[in-house]
Design a binder for this molecule. Structure first.
Ligand code: ADP
Length: 386
């Protein structure tokens, strides 16, 4: 409890853009977030008053951080599961807890559990040897997809392999692997929901996530031309997963819509997620506020959309030698040219391909919103003419 305000203290482990935007949502709730930052210049460390420096893999640092927090939550999946259990054993309230989070930390566990629950997934198998890979490939066909069970993000840790020899090095490296059939994907979707410890659930409209090279570049809310019954099914599926796995806070369920119209679960994230950044402007309650409400076991907020369509485009760092040169100059021209496109910069240095921010626009004309957000993102990152 914060003695000055009488309000609870939420600790978020990790100080990236998700914590930064959670802090933005905490302010009107009268709260301030405590963050555990690896570096003093991490995105959220720059904007939070209560910053603890430390490594999220260090149990002592986590314990020091958690002291005085009413609840501890996560901006990423990289805290060792046994440390989360140790914190809970100390009496720290953690949301989501270790039992739920293990399914977002380990793709093998996630596939096992979802299969037990009868949730539609790509055909999959744990792969420990060349023989496993050969027999799995014989079953599902080549090419197939290999994934590191732990630690992957933004397509890192995902490999498409045409034949067993292609994975020789990977198999020899000892990386724990999960094989999946290579799904014929029409498009990728996400069903984002929140669930409180009390058991209240809330869903946002199902979105389309447009990917390039394994990285999400654009999100369209709601997913265009998605039949209502399919959208309902995806939302119900996400709520069911949240309930069965005991997820508290925001749960993002990444989905594949197959070319023959089926929905398959790709993966789970138990925290605010890129697929719901659009909710800052496009929903009555943003995912960041909802996550705070949920982990504090407050009643959840309305998820009604604020506009017919909302489009978000990620800002992925471009090369150094763009014209006009300075990001400040490009921001100036962007603002003049796109007065109703909202800019979010995460306080990060520019590096090619790095997610440094996003832009969002809401309105009635989807093609116009897509064109403007795409042009804005392109100009901000790669310069050129407006
Ligand atoms: P990450 O954890 O890095 O986000 P994902 O499991 O989401 O990894 O995979 C990254 C991307 O790779 C997906 O968005 C999708 O485009 C592609 N992909 C992943 N799994 C499959 C699959 N089984 N079949 C076809 N494409 C896949």
């Amino acid at each position: 409890m914060d003695a000055r305000t009488g309000l609870p203290v939420v600790g978020m482990v990790g100080a990236g853009q998700l914590a930064r935007m959670t802090q933005q949502a905490a302010i009107p709730l009268g709260q301030s977030l405590r963050v555990l930052a690896v570096n003093a210049d991490d995105g959220a460390a720059l904007v939070c008053a209560d910053v603890v420096l430390g490594d999220h893999r260090d149990l002592d640092a986590l314990r020091r951080f958690a002291t005085g927090c009413d609840v501890v939550t996560w901006d990423h999946e990289h805290v060792p599961n046994e440390h989360i259990r140790a914190l809970a054993a100390d009496g720290v309230v953690v949301h989501p807890g270790a039992d739920a989070l293990q399914y977002a930390q380990d793709k093998g566990l996630m596939r096992t559990r979802l299969s037990e629950l009868g949730v539609p997934c790509p055909r999959w198998r744990r792969i420990g040897s060349r023989e496993d890979l050969q027999s799995f490939g014989d079953e599902v066909g080549w090419p197939l997809v290999l994934k590191a069970a732990r630690g992957g993000y933004d397509g890192k840790g995902v490999w498409v392999v045409d034949r067993p020899e292609d994975a020789a090095e990977l198999l020899a490296s000892g990386t724990e692997l999960v094989g999946e059939e290579k799904v014929a994907i029409r498009r990728e979707l996400a069903a984002d929901v929140a669930r409180s410890p009390f058991g209240q659930g809330a869903t946002w409209p199902v979105v389309e996530t447009v990917q390039q090279d394994g990285i999400c570049v654009e999100v369209i809310a709601p997913a265009p031309s998605l039949p209502e019954d399919v959208a309902d099914e995806a939302q119900q599926l996400a709520l069911r997963i949240a309930g069965e796995l005991g997820v508290t806070g925001v749960l993002a369920v990444e989905l594949f819509e197959t070319t023959d119209g089926r929905l398959l679960v790709n993966e789970l994230a138990m925290r605010p997620h890129n697929s719901a950044h659009w909710t800052i402007e496009g929903s009555r309650t943003s995912q960041f506020e909802q996550h705070l409400r949920a982990v504090l076991d407050y009643p959840l907020g309305s998820t009604a959309p604020t506009a017919r369509w909302t489009v978000m485009a990620n800002l992925l760092g471009g090369p150094d030698d763009v014209e006009p040169k300075g990001i400040d100059e490009r921001v100036h021209h962007f603002m003049a040219h796109f007065p109703d496109v909202k800019l979010h910069l995460y306080g990060k240095g520019m590096r090619p391909g790095r997610k440094v921010g996003h832009v969002t626009a809401c309105g009635e004309d989807l093609e116009d919103l897509r064109a403007r957000t795409r042009a804005a993102a392109e100009y901000l990152m790669n310069g050129g003419e407006l």
